[in-house]
Design a protein around this ligand. Structure first.
Ligand SMILES: [Zn+2]
Length: 197
């Protein structure tokens, strides 16, 4: 019996949503900026199934957040929480990060223990695939990656992540953007390594 993989964006802490809500409650009325919600990207899982995107809104969330899973009917889905709370570049990055968990088969594998090296590796891989897709599929990809990294840093600071965690995540993104391979090649490598291809 395998547990369903659930990634909550910003390093997958289940506590995150609670934190986002708690942190923001006091300032909910005054400081919320609202952004237009972007169209989701194309996304298929490692079995070639189309991944569905669903918007979920919260009155008190401080930042956009995402979750990748298979729904109760076994259909791949990405829940987009409060995307109106974050700029377009971060919305897009979260979509692509969550999509990467579907593309690499994370969703069908047992979930590694929280914060274990294996878990952090899954998160780094998902960030890397998102970065490569923005670089190669977006007009002016380099500056879109910069925008996403900046918004991600701001969101993680608001939630209270340690500077070291934030720096390491941004450093991974900046290393990935220099990779001499496409997102598709990178995903193939992960699937082969995992025996899924
Ligand atoms: Zn993730």
């Amino acid at each position: 019996m395998t547990r369903k993989f659930i990634c909550l964006f910003l390093f997958g802490f289940e506590i995150l949503i609670i934190m986002l809500v708690a942190v923001s409650t006091a300032r909910a009325q005054s400081s919320h900026q609202t952004f237009a919600v972007v169209a989701p990207p194309n996304c298929q899982n490692n079995d070639g199934e189309i991944v569905r995107f669903e918007n979920r809104s919260s009155q008190t969330a401080k930042s956009a957040a995402g979750m990748a899973k298979n729904d109760d009917n076994g259909q791949p889905v990405i829940y987009r929480f409060s995307y109106e709370r974050s700029p377009a570049a971060l919305q897009n990055f979260i979509d692509l990060h969550e999509c990467a968990h579907h593309q690499t088969g994370d969703i069908d594998l047992p979930h590694p223990p929280r914060n274990s090296p294996a878990h952090m590796m899954n998160e780094s891989i998902a960030d890397c695939i998102a970065t490569l897709r923005i670089r190669d599929e977006t007009e002016d990809g380099a500056s879109r990656i910069n925008d996403a990294a900046q918004a991600l840093t701001a969101a993680m600071e608001i939630v209270g992540f340690p500077k070291l965690t934030i720096d390491s995540r941004i450093s991974n993104i900046n290393n990935c953007r220099l990779k001499d391979l496409s997102a598709a090649d990178f995903i193939d490598g992960v699937l082969v390594h995992r025996g899924l291809k």
